[in-house]
Design a protein around this ligand. Structure first.
Ligand code: ATP
Ligand code: MG
Length: 214
């Protein structure tokens, strides 16, 4: 199965989501290939930290740029899961990757700057579905506030905005803003490898929702 973690906005939590779900799928016993398709190489640097720390898992990383479609197809024959981390913009990697993918997992913060890029994603998805009609698109509310005073209001705003985009399935799972994502990411780890913590629970919920529905 090929999953593209992508959207047209920088800093939306794509690499953090891609690395965490890749580890989660590997911990569940799957052979996973994480493809870093972003010239910034953040996932590749994360994986290098992981290797330097001697963390062993059923997870491999490769780097590929430009037209990634045929590479993804071959990797899909070899691995149970191919997870692709792309740049935060309208990139050739997002388009060519999505043309052969099963799903796009699109993290967006509840900020006007992030939500303003949904129209562009919608246009891309309409075109890509001409070539890949079964492509699913899951929008993931990322870096949500844990502040009890704003949490519900923020979620309601997010859902109201997404209601204008029937092409996308909005996930019930939410990724909250939690320092542990930064801390473990810098060490090449996932929140799933950091003992019991609320971020690990939300990544498990995301995995259940996406991979049981997909
Ligand atoms: N849920 C979260 N809670 C706290 N910090 C987060 C969370 N998700 C991501 N971050 C932090 O926010 C920053 C941007 O995240 P990340 O690199 O995953 O985004 P991105 O969408 O891949 O960005 P880019 O478009 O530059 O590739 C990083 O410093 C990361 O550690
Ligand atoms: Mg990134």
């Amino acid at each position: 199965m090929i999953s593209i973690v992508g959207c047209n906005k920088g800093g939306a939590s794509k690499t953090t989501t891609a690395t965490n779900i890749s580890v989660g799928l590997a911990l569940a016993g799957h052979d996973v290939c994480l493809v870093d398709a972003d010239p910034q190489r953040t996932a590749a640097k994360w994986f290098a930290e992981r290797e330097a720390a001697g963390i062993e898992s059923k997870l491999t990383l490769i780097e590929k740029r430009d037209n990634i479609a045929s590479t993804l197809r071959s990797l899909n024959d070899k691995y149970e899961h191919v997870v692709v981390d792309v740049a935060g913009r309208n990139s050739r990697e997002l388009i060519t990757g999505a043309s052969v993918a099963d799903l796009i997992l699109a993290p967006h913060q509840c900020s006007q700057f992030d939500l303003d890029t949904l129209g562009e994603l919608q246009e891309q998805v309409v075109k890509i579905r001409d070539l890949n009609e079964n492509l699913k698109v899951f929008v993931y509310h990322s870096m949500a506030s844990t502040n009890a005073n704003v949490k519900d209001k923020e979620r309601a705003e997010f859902m109201a905005y997404l209601a204008e985009f029937p092409e996308f399935q909005v996930l019930d799972s939410i990724g909250y803003y939690r320092k542990i994502y930064k801390d473990v990411g810098a060490e090449g780890r996932s929140v799933l490898e950091a003992g019991k913590n609320p971020a690990a629970d939300e990544i498990r919920a995301l995995l259940n929702e996406v991979y049981n529905r997909a």
